[in-house]
Ligand binder design. Structure first.
Ligand code: ZN
Length: 289
């Protein structure tokens, strides 16, 4: 079924849930929302964060719980979709703005992450965020109730432990914070690895999917991966040229422009910060022995 058709169904779900305040939804979105992406697959949105949920006759697979409030809302909302418990919570990466709140599901769920996320989650020691009980290095599959879910590590990008969730049956990919759709990267990209990131996107481009669900913002399609790689390549090339010319950080921020991307979201405010982050990354890397 097409995405637009499923979105039509969503309004119905919102009304049934009674959380949607649908009367005012024309102007303001509800804080929390579940929408149908494909059969058994839902988008869960809490303010500006989002994740996916897969329901099956043998249990539910939740990805980022987002926050304790969000997770409590989700747990309640799920009872209108299924009588099955949450069996897995999959953390996209270790950042607490995406993975806090999983404790709500700890009575029934296993927690899954990339192997490099686990020590960081343990170090944060947040009682609302259970440590992963299952980790993997390159690839892991979850088969539950007829749904095949692949967790894949494509290398360092926005973090050193970001996984993607691939649903081959639905040709859908969920990726958080490293493939924004027609949006520049977040602020100064402070936890990021800009050069590895480009290789990571090339690996994502090898995967078989059509729909791209990011952790923030609008849903895209596979071509948005290549578009964002094009942006990162242009950004890193321009900044490295400025570094070669010996330009200071301020001079670089003044002169580097990428007009091709001016229409993208957050270009006006975050693009100069992207330039700054990439400048610092490459100048620090050059300074290393
Ligand atoms: Zn993040």
């Amino acid at each position: 079924m097409s995405i637009s058709k499923w979105f039509g169904l969503l309004t119905v779900v919102g009304c049934l849930l009674g959380y949607g305040q649908m009367a005012s939804a024309q102007q303001s979105r509800p804080d929390d929302e579940i929408t149908n992406l494909a059969e058994h697959v839902y988008l869960f949105r809490h303010h500006f964060h989002q994740s996916i949920v897969i329901t099956t006759p043998q249990g539910v697979i939740v990805t980022d719980p987002i926050s304790s409030d969000a997770a409590r809302w989700l747990k309640s909302a799920l009872t209108t979709l299924t009588d099955q418990p949450v069996r897995y919570v999959v953390y996209s990466h270790h950042h607490d703005d995406h993975i806090t709140g999983g404790a709500v599901f700890a009575d029934t769920a296993l927690f899954v992450s990339h192997v490099a996320a686990r020590p960081k989650i343990l170090a944060a020691a947040d009682p609302n965020t259970p440590a992963p009980t299952l980790t993997f290095t390159d690839r892991m599959a979850i088969d539950l109730g007829g749904q095949h879910v692949e967790l894949i590590y494509t290398g360092r990008n926005h973090s050193d432990n970001s996984l993607v969730v691939l649903l081959p049956q639905h040709k859908l990919l969920f990726a958080v914070d490293f493939i924004p759709v027609e949006t520049v990267a977040y602020r100064t990209m402070s936890s990021d690895y800009p050069d590895d990131w480009i290789d990571s996107l090339k690996r994502v481009e090898q995967l078989d999917f059509e729909t791209l669900v990011p952790g923030h913002g609008k849903i895209g399609r596979k071509e948005h991966v290549q578009m964002f790689r094009g942006y990162l390549e242009a950004l890193t090339t321009a900044v490295q040229e400025a570094l070669k010319k010996g330009l200071s950080l301020e001079e670089t921020k003044q002169t580097v422009r990428l007009p091709k991307y001016e229409q993208w979201q957050r270009y006006a405010d975050w693009f100069p910060e992207n330039v700054e982050g990439v400048y610092r990354y490459f100048s620090q890397r050059a300074a290393r022995p």
